[in-house]
Design a protein around this ligand. Structure first.
Ligand code: HEM
Length: 148
């Protein structure tokens, strides 16, 4: 039944969650899964020296992670987070973003100079470690968030 009211009223909070936040979380989960699959492919193809596959999977991993970060930034606007916990997460996320640069640089130079292989591996492992910490702290702050 439809009733006329004096002023337009806001939808129920539960409707907002169902209509806007749940689909966004599903998209975020799909992006995170694609990034994980690409990262595992990049790690395996690099180790196995499957160069052609690696030169696709390495850059694709970085691209997928960048898309996931941009998407998460938009999702974050629908929530309120505790400030201190968010500060810790942002430090880890920014560090992971910064550590992606040496992976790309050593990867590009490794093409010509095979001696950089160990250095690339060290950069990759440092980056993957920090990306895992950033993901864990990201899940942690989301568990403490409240929808706006
Ligand atoms: C722009 C990005 C990247 C470029 C241009 C690049 C390039 C390369 C190249 C040329 C090799 C040597 C492959 C061979 O010997 O045939 C290599 C090895 C490797 N890459 Fe990458 N890579 C990139 C990103 C990544 C990423 C994102 C990961 C993992 C998350 C990764 C993990 C590895 C590993 C584990 C090795 C083997 C190192 C070793 O066994 O010592 N790379 N990479």
């Amino acid at each position: 039944m439809v009733t006329l009211v004096a002023e337009a009223n806001d939808p129920f909070a539960s409707d907002v969650v169902q209509a806007t936040i749940l689909p966004a979380l599903a998209t975020g989960l799909a992006l995170a899964s694609a990034s994980c699959a690409l990262m595992v492919t990049a790690l395996t193809s690099g180790r196995m020296r499957w160069r052609r596959l690696h030169l696709f999977a390495g850059p694709a991993t970085m691209l997928a992670l960048a898309v996931a970060v941009v998407f998460t930034e938009q999702l974050v606007r629908s929530f309120t987070f505790p400030a201190e916990e968010m500060r810790i997460h942002l430090f880890c996320a920014k560090s992971a973003g910064f550590l992606a640069l040496p992976v790309i640089v050593t990867g590009v130079f490794l093409w010509r100079w095979p001696r950089l292989r160990k250095l690339h591996l060290v950069c990759v492992l440092t980056f993957v470690g920090m990306a895992l910490v950033a993901t864990a702290t990201g899940v942690w702050v989301f568990s403490l968030a409240t929808p706006k």
